[in-house]
Design a protein around this ligand. Structure first.
Ligand SMILES: *Cc1c(COP(=O)(O)O)cnc(C)c1O
Length: 388
């Protein structure tokens, strides 16, 4: 019998080099914002005094309407959820005006991004597939594409760190299956106008899926909003994803959804786990859809927070990218160690933000909009750190 591995031993008797594909072995795991408890332990801080501005969650706190809906759901958690999500889909269908068979539900919209990669980047033996995403585009696109063994095509950003849609269209190769676009994008906060997106959609051949990720859509000012459901009706190769994690305030529950024509939706449904969204999550999301009050407050708090943060950065003479989301990308120094250095100093002061060196932006930090008080604490700490 083999000896049990000892704690701390790193070798493995499984010949991983032989049985795990190289594209999996070379994946770098996703690095999220540090949890508050972890920072408290590492830096010996009181968790109640730590503020987290690192994962773009909603600073308003969990919506009361969602809490009530979950409490009502509690009596029946021995049963599996409705795998077709009838209630939530009908609520989405009324709100967005698309039939239920155009809707896919996910455990967060990341789940749906995975479904798209699974369906379209999979290849028959001897074939290749490629995925296109932008430099500084949401990192998950690269991760999930690499995890499927797809060829990765990263197009250079336009001036101002946004997606260069012309370059993305020009990069489409015979084996391209998916183009990923986040609008607004994370971590840059950049926005591409609807006329540009529409021109792009007109250029893309129908054998290429366009994934338009609208995670931050609810934060757009009314005059910038556009109705992508109309594009979903017109373009059979378009998948639009939305999330309940940001403006709707349900990040911990993991719920997202997508719109696509029934043929594509049907394919996503084939690889989806039958019970991928939990019943409390669906109940909360259904309630949230009618909680216009929470949504309006999310929006207003974010507008005020963006103004506040921009003023802080201006006062400190820091360059930042104008943001259309609920976070700001700010340049905290000129050298490649700046992001890490300022991040560490902020952590010591109980403020968690997000370094973005993994995006090729080592001089920058991404800072989520907090409450007015949290933004003020950040301002104070940042001033202190930069003066040191
Ligand atoms: C936060 C975010 C999402 C949403 O993720 P969920 O899995 O729904 O929590 C999707 N796309 C982008 C660009 C994001 O920043």
């Amino acid at each position: 019998m083999n000896a049990l591995p000892q704690v701390g031993e790193t070798g493995s008797a499984v010949p991983l080099g032989d049985i795990v594909p190289s594209f999996i072995r070379s994946l770098s795991p996703y690095v999220g914002g540090k949890p508050i408890e972890e920072v408290a332990r590492e830096f010996g801080l009181d968790p109640d005094r730590i503020i987290k501005l690192a994962s773009n969650e909603n600073p308003l706190g969990f919506p009361e309407s969602a809490r009530q809906a979950i409490l009502k759901e509690m009596h029946d958690l021995t049963r599996y959820p409705d795998g077709n999500g009838f209630q939530l889909k009908s609520a989405l269908s009324s709100r967005y005006g698309l039939p239920q068979d155009w809707i896919t539900l996910g455990s967060g919209s990341n789940d749906i991004l995975e479904l798209v990669a699974q369906v379209f980047l999979q290849k028959d033996p001897g074939q290749t597939s490629s995925a296109i995403y932008s430099e500084y585009g949401f990192i998950i696109y690269e991760l999930i594409s690499q995890a499927r063994g797809a060829r990765l095509i990263r197009t250079p950003a336009r001036a101002g760190y946004g997606h260069d849609l012309d370059a993305m269209a020009a990069a489409i190769a015979p084996d391209t299956r998916v183009v990923f676009i986040a609008n607004p994008n994370n971590p840059t906060g950049t926005f591409e106008t609807p006329d540009k997106i529409e021109a792009f959609l007109n250029k893309v051949p129908s054998r290429v899926i366009v994934l338009l990720d609208e995670a931050y859509n609810e934060y757009l000012e009314p005059e910038l909003r556009y109705d992508s459901t109309e594009w979903v009706r017109r373009f059979p190769n378009l998948v639009v994803t939305h999330t309940f994690s940001k403006a709707f305030g349900l990040a911990g529950l993991r719920v997202g959804f997508s719109f696509a024509q029934p043929a594509v939706t049907d394919m996503l449904n084939r690889v989806r786990q039958p019970f991928n969204v939990t019943s409390p999550a669906m109940a909360a999301a259904t309630a949230m859809l009618n909680d216009q009050d929470y949504l309006s407050r999310s929006y207003a708090l974010n507008r005020a927070g963006l103004t506040q943060l921009n003023q802080v950065f201006d006062r400190l003479g820091l360059e930042s990218v104008p943001s259309f989301g609920n976070f700001v990308l700010v340049k905290v120094g000129q050298d490649a160690g700046a992001g890490e250095r300022v991040n560490l100093e902020l952590l010591k002061r109980g403020i968690i933000v997000r370094p973005v060196a993994g995006y090729g932006l080592p001089e920058w930090l991404r800072i989520s909009v907090g409450t007015a008080e949290e933004n003020e604490m950040l301002a104070h700490a940042l001033k202190e750190v930069l003066a040191a």
